[in-house]
Design a protein around this ligand. Structure first.
Ligand code: FIX
Ligand code: ZN
Length: 432
């Protein structure tokens, strides 16, 4: 039965967006097996690197070393006092903490940090993973799995229980961005490599990648790249991409995900918060897609300035799938701008958002906040279409939302959408 009025359209769009199960295609979350590498709870929420950066802005007298010498609780106390009590917490990262507390049913008005801490003390990791997935409407996430991270590698080498809610992604930044030091680690792990990219070395790098693909079964291989990333390029990175990454990804049938525009450690004293952004060259994305038609590419770019070019590039290459409002773009004003442009240029052949969660609890806010915006933009687009006389049904809106919240990603991968097979529409108290 087609939708008859704009009021009905608004209600159906909001309800459908709120209940469409989500595949979150890029996060820094981990299964329970990874122990303390999975971050959760109020103190991890408050010490998220976005809030660390914001806190230092109000403390010119605070030495970085003094802050890093504090305990996690002391850091969280300072951040709470500075960003939530001494100033109104309306920055997106602060608002997110409040949304999490609200969605957990805690008394936000009390501003009682001690009571929030008491709440989390009563939960086990497994219980909280179940709770957050249930409340968030996210049914599955993709991790960021880095074989070069010692603590994580140890878990993989010990063996880990699969959790169908957590997919893997093989992250290879040290291989592509720091080969001058990384080659020695591969050698230490028994691969026949040297710094010079001899045929034997290249073959051994391919073996390394295949070994980890075998171990992890990743949805894709991923790397973050500087704004200077160029392709093709007569460089170590250019050769590693052409002679190792792309052939192995093609053989494994998985995309190569390029996350471009990060200027690492512009302020090293801030730790994870010390990275910044730079304008990239989207022609590198066009060139790699054009010159490797049998490879699939996922791409998200960090600078707001590059979004229109990247969206147009996606129109040119069907082996390119654009995703997310990444990092410094993950703010309502920019999410709306990017989502409007993407819907107008790509329709549903895009994955408009990922969460990039580093703390499990953030699934509750990053998706609630984005759903509000995606619903608003979708309503406007459907409204424009209805004005031409075209009739839309609630089934078609459900189909489109399923595509946007992961379906298009799974189709791009050539893999079944776990949400389609579940069939169950997630009922939960989504964003109002
Ligand atoms: O490279 C990445 O995966 C980035 O998302 C992270 O390094 C970054 O710190 C982040 O979490 C941004 O949201
Ligand atoms: Zn990330």
């Amino acid at each position: 039965m087609p939708i008859q009025t704009k009021e009905e359209l608004r209600q159906v769009v909001q309800e459908t967006v709120n209940t469409t199960p989500i595949s979150d295609i890029h996060t820094h979350l981990f299964t329970e097996d990874f122990g303390s590498i999975l971050l959760w709870g109020i103190d991890e929420l408050l010490t998220y690197h976005y809030l660390v950066a914001e806190t230092f802005r109000f403390h010119p007298e605070l030495s970085y070393d003094a802050f890093w010498a504090m305990s996690k609780t002391e850091q969280a106390d300072l951040i709470w006092q500075t960003l939530f009590l001494d100033h109104t917490p309306y920055s997106e990262a602060c608002r997110g903490v409040l949304t999490v507390l609200n969605r957990l049913g805690l008394d936000v008005e009390s501003r009682d940090l001690a009571s929030y801490r008491e709440y989390f003390k009563k939960l086990t990791t497994g219980e909280y993973i179940d709770k957050v997935f249930e409340l968030s409407g996210v049914t599955n996430v993709c991790m960021t799995n880095d074989p070069f991270a010692d603590a994580e590698r140890a878990v993989w080498e010990k063996g880990t229980e699969a959790d169908p809610r957590f997919h893997t992604a093989l992250r290879i930044d040290p291989l592509l961005n720091q080969w001058e030091t990384t080659w020695a680690r591969l050698k230490e792990w028994g691969y026949e490599v040297e710094q010079e990219l001899t045929e034997t070395t290249l073959k051994s790098i391919r073996s390394f990648l295949k070994d980890w693909i075998e171990r992890m079964n990743p949805l894709y291989m991923a790397v973050s790249l500087p704004p200077t990333f160029a392709y093709p390029e007569a460089s170590v990175r250019g050769r590693l991409i052409d002679e190792c990454i792309l052939p192995v990804a093609r053989e494994a049938g998985i995309p190569f995900a390029m996350m471009i525009g990060v200027r690492k450690k512009v302020n090293p004293a801030l730790g994870d918060a010390g990275d910044s952004v730079g304008k990239s060259d989207v022609s590198a994305v066009e060139n790699i897609c054009a010159q490797n038609p049998d490879n699939k590419f996922l791409c998200t770019i960090l600078s707001r300035d590059d979004q229109h070019e990247l969206t147009v590039a996606a129109r040119k290459f069907r082996n390119l799938h654009v995703f997310g409002c990444w990092w410094f773009l993950n703010n309502p004003s920019i999410i709306e701008e990017m989502t409007r442009m993407r819907f107008e240029l790509l329709g549903a052949s895009v994955t408009p958002q990922h969460s990039d969660c580093r703390v499990l609890d953030q699934l509750l806010y990053k998706w609630d906040h984005s759903r509000i915006i995606i619903a608003k933009v979708l309503y406007d687009k459907y409204s424009d279409v209805m004005d031409t006389g075209w009739k839309i049904t609630r089934e078609e809106i459900a189909r489109d939302c399923a595509d946007l919240f992961g379906g298009s990603f799974w189709k791009f991968l050539g893999k079944p959408d776990p949400n389609a097979s579940s069939g169950a529409e997630k009922k939960y108290a989504g964003s109002r």
